[in-house]
Design a protein around this ligand. Structure first.
Ligand code: PGA
Length: 228
C-alpha cells in the first residue's frame, strides 16, 4: 500500500473515543491518508470502511478469544481479520468507567498477541501496580508487539501536562523496566507536541481530544517528521 511521507520513528496515535463521524473520517483520509506511523483508533463501526484508507487501531477488544456465542463482543481475531493493526488496552477510561480489572486487561493482551495485533497498553501514575508480574512477563515475551502509553490521570482531558522533565524521566523509567517502546498521552495538542515529541524517552504520542481536529494532526505529523 502506498504511504504518504513517513514519520520514521515517532508514532502518533489518534484516539477518537466515542466521537467522530464519516465526514471527519473522510477528511482524515484526504489530508493524512494511510501512514503506518499515524494510527487511528476510530469507533468500531468505522473499521471496515476505513481499514485500507487509514492505519487503524481498535479502542478495545473482547476478553473472549476467536469466535463464538458472545453477544455484543468483538474479538481481537475479528479486528485483525478486518484490517486493524493495533488495539488500545487498559485505557484509564476503561479501567475506571467500565471497572475493567487487571485480570481482564491481561487476558485481552494475551488474545491480541495471539491474534497478531499490536497492543498499546495504557498505564497511569500507577504503572508499577498496573504492569503486574503476569503483564510484565507478557511484555518481555512480546516486545515487538506491545508498546506502553504512559498517560497520567492528571493530564487526560485536563489541558494540563506534567513538566517535560517529569514526562521524560517516567517514560525512561518505564522503558528501562520493560524494555519496550513508550509513548506519552494526556492533553497533547499541536502547541505542545514539539516539546513532548523531542523528549529522548518518548517514542510517540497518544492524542484524545485534539485527534478530532484534522489540522492539529497534520501539524503534529509535520513536527514528528522534523524531529526524526
Ligand atoms: P486527551 O486524551 O488527549 O484528550 O487528554 C488522551 C487519552 O485519553 O488517551
Amino acid at each position: 500500500m502506498a504511504e504518504n511521507k513517513s514519520i520514521k520513528n515517532k508514532i502518533i496515535v489518534c484516539n477518537w473515543k466515542m466521537n467522530g463521524n464519516i465526514d471527519l473520517a473522510n477528511e482524515f483520509c484526504n489530508l493524512v491518508g494511510y501512514n503506518s506511523r499515524i494510527i487511528f483508533a476510530l469507533p468500531n463501526i468505522f473499521i471496515c470502511q476505513y481499514s485500507n484508507k487509514l492505519c487503524l487501531a481498535a479502542q478495545d477488544c473482547s476478553v473472549f478469544d476467536g469466535y463464538g456465542a458472545k453477544t455484543g463482543e468483538i474479538s481481537s481475531k475479528m479486528l485483525l481479520d478486518n484490517g486493524v493493526k493495533y488495539v488500545i488496552l487498559g485505557h484509564s477510561e476503561r479501567r475506571i468507567q467500565c471497572e475493567e480489572s487487571q485480570t481482564k486487561t491481561h487476558q485481552k493482551i494475551i488474545n491480541a498477541c495471539g491474534a497478531g495485533l499490536k497492543t498499546i497498553l495504557c498505564v497511569s501514575e500507577e504503572y508499577r501496580d498496573q504492569i503486574n508480574e503476569d503483564i510484565s512477563k507478557l511484555i518481555k515475551q512480546n516486545k515487538d508487539s506491545i508498546l506502553i502509553a504512559y498517560e497520567p490521570l492528571t493530564a487526560i482531558g485536563t489541558g494540563v501536562i506534567p513538566d517535560s522533565g517529569e514526562i521524560d524521566s517516567i517514560c525512561g523509567d518505564i522503558k528501562e523496566m520493560y524494555d519496550t517502546q513508550v509513548i506519552y498521552g494526556g492533553s497533547v495538542n499541536s502547541a505542545n507536541a514539539k516539546e513532548i515529541l523531542s523528549l529522548k524517552n518518548v517514542d510517540g504520542v497518544l492524542i484524545g481530544c485534539a485527534s478530532l481536529d484534522v489540522h492539529q494532526i497534520v501539524d503534529i505529523a509535520k513536527i514528528a517528521e522534523l524531529i526524526n
